[in-house]
Write a protein that binds this ligand. Structure first.
Ligand code: AMP
Ligand code: MG
Length: 405
């Protein structure tokens, strides 16, 4: 059995990013993957500007509190002051307005007293410090500074930064097309009546939703029965039309588990067993030039192996840069059952209690019990060689986040 780390590494080493890219408007770029690095072509801010509503002056003129200066003009955002400040003078200035080069500090309005009868004289109750309340030209980003690396997936705030750089269009990798199907004679699509010995197909819905959240186009091929020919046909259709195939069920060693057999005949299986729980049967390979990820049928296994195993490789295929998940240390709030031999991804509930991260089991850990993922807010990552965990031991957790939740 392969360790999780070796399985992921093997897949990352096998898969090459798609090369095609396209240009999109930034408003359509969220969750798209950048094809070429972006450097700043402007300084941000592009001019010295005020961080407060108040008055700008030479800082020396208000070296101590209780100084009075003469008001000689104003600067509003988008309407700069065109003159030059002399000693003893100040201007009214608003947040975002350009600070004239003749001024060296901004004192906020709160630290002033204006006599209505002598409104051209401003009394400053606080002293000025050189550079105070001035946002300096280029202090956030300078021309030529790296902003986004190739392979970066855009978030909403990234789109804001692009806009502030004046960039309207970006070059992104084309969307990945992922074919998806479920296998199993016992499966029935929701909305249809079923016999008591049948179950509803849930994997395809979880997987479809996760793939869409990742920004991929999903080619949903539906339910495929446990029949070698029909599975082979599904693989042929999928490989002709998609960049990758994700299917669930039929990858273990049961009598009706044909997926691996079909791949053996049509293509090549890279490996099909990983030392993890939930999981273990997991097939990775290639059919007609298309990568496929065969997930185990149990719903928690399918979801967790998709996230832990298939996702890094899919992201690489989509051109996305590898990013390590954010992991947190926590104290086990109760004993956690575990046997050495496989890495466990137990569903947990993480809480901050008296200043300490504590994690509890999210309930029964059956690999078919999707409710544990619904209730839980994290995965408790228990190392392959680790045994039973006592309350009070330190464990590592990964928060359940996009695309699972
Ligand atoms: P398999 O991997 O095909 O041996 O299936 C393992 C378990 O997962 C069995 O109990 C199946 O009934 C169940 N299962 C397989 N596919 C699905 C699915 N798409 N949705 C829900 N449960 C499934
Ligand atoms: Mg099956």
């Amino acid at each position: 059995m392969l360790s999780v780390r070796d399985a992921v590494q093997h897949m990352l080493d096998s898969v090459q990013p798609i090369s095609e890219s396209e240009t999109v408007f930034i408003a359509d770029a969220v969750d798209r993957v950048l094809a070429q690095a972006i450097h700043s072509t402007v300084d941000i801010p592009s001019y010295d500007n005020s961080a407060m509503d108040g008055y700008a002056m030479r800082a020396d003129d208000v070296a101590t509190p209780q100084q009075t200066l003469t008001l000689v003009g104003q600067a509003l955002a988008g309407h700069p002051f065109r003159g030059t400040l002399q000693a003893g003078e100040c201007i009214r200035i608003m947040t975002g307005a350009e600070v004239p080069s003749s001024a060296s500090a901004v004192i906020p309005q709160e630290d002033t007293v204006v006599d209505a009868n002598r409104s051209e004289h401003i009394l400053f109750t606080a002293a000025a410090k050189d550079g105070q309340n001035i946002r300096r030209h280029g202090e956030e980003l300078k021309i030529g500074a790296p902003v986004f690396a190739a392979g970066h997936r855009f978030t909403p705030v990234d789109i804001g930064l692009l806009a502030s750089l004046g960039i309207a269009d970006v070059s992104v990798h084309r969307r990945l097309t992922v074919a998806l199907f479920s296998t199993g004679d016992e499966l029935v699509a929701p909305g249809h009546s079923k016999r008591s010995d049948q179950i509803y197909d849930s994997n395809r819905f979880v997987l479809h939703a996760m793939l869409e959240r990742l920004g991929y186009q999903v080619l949903n091929l539906g339910l495929i029965p446990d029949n070698k020919q029909e599975i082979a046909d599904a693989f042929m259709v999928a490989s002709a039309r998609a960049d990758a195939i994700v299917c669930s069920g039929g990858v273990s060693v049961g009598d009706a588990d044909y997926t691996k057999q079909v791949i053996d005949e049509l293509g090549a299986v890279g490996f099909w067993k990983v030392a993890m729980k939930p999981g273990k049967p997991f097939a990775f390979g290639k059919v007609n030039g298309t990568w496929f990820f065969g997930l185990p049928g149990n719903p928690v296994s399918a979801t967790v192996t998709f996230q832990q195993l298939a996702l890094p490789a899919l992201k690489r295929l989509a051109g996305e840069r590898e990013q390590d998940p954010v992991l947190i240390q926590a104290i086990a709030g109760e004993p956690l059952k575990k046997r050495p031999g496989r890495a466990d991804f137990q569903r947990g509930i993480l809480r901050l209690e008296k200043g300490e991260n504590r994690v509890y089991s999210a309930g029964a850990q059956g690999s078919g019990m999707l409710s544990s993922l619904v209730q839980g807010n994290c995965l408790i990552l228990l190392e392959q060689d680790r045994g039973h965990v006592e309350a009070g031991e330190t464990v590592v957790v990964q928060l359940l986040s996009t695309p699972i939740k």
